[in-house]
Design a protein around this ligand. Sequence first.
Ligand SMILES: [Zn+2]
Length: 141
Amino acid sequence: MKKYIKPADIILTAVFLAAAIAVYFLMYKNTAPDSIRITTPDGTTVVYPLGTDVTVAIVSSDYDLSNIPADAQIITTTATSGCCNIITIKDGAARMEYSTCANQVCIESGDLTRAGQTSICLPNRVSVEVAGEGGYDAITR
Ligand SMILES: [Zn+2]
């Protein structure tokens, strides 16, 4: 077995490294987050500028509104009976604050701050995503 490194190996390694670096920069290029897009069970998307501090409650038409913070914006949707998702946008971060869903996966997403980050509540059909300038919007439209 030969133990020296062949020139082809060096070229291959260099090409691989260059590709890895290119991918790194493509993935982490600074896409500035500029808005929060909330998709409701109706399939409509509500967009809030990232600078807004707001609490949004996505509720089914029969949901008891006394459970919702008084300052929240309430969006009544065709959500399944008894469904409610509360999303807060504050200090440049969005988070799924409260959800009536059983699995609570959406809550575990925590703070969303970077463009492309998403919290999806599959049971309640609500999603929150951080949108930014650049090519990202083209994917969702
Ligand atoms: Zn959920």
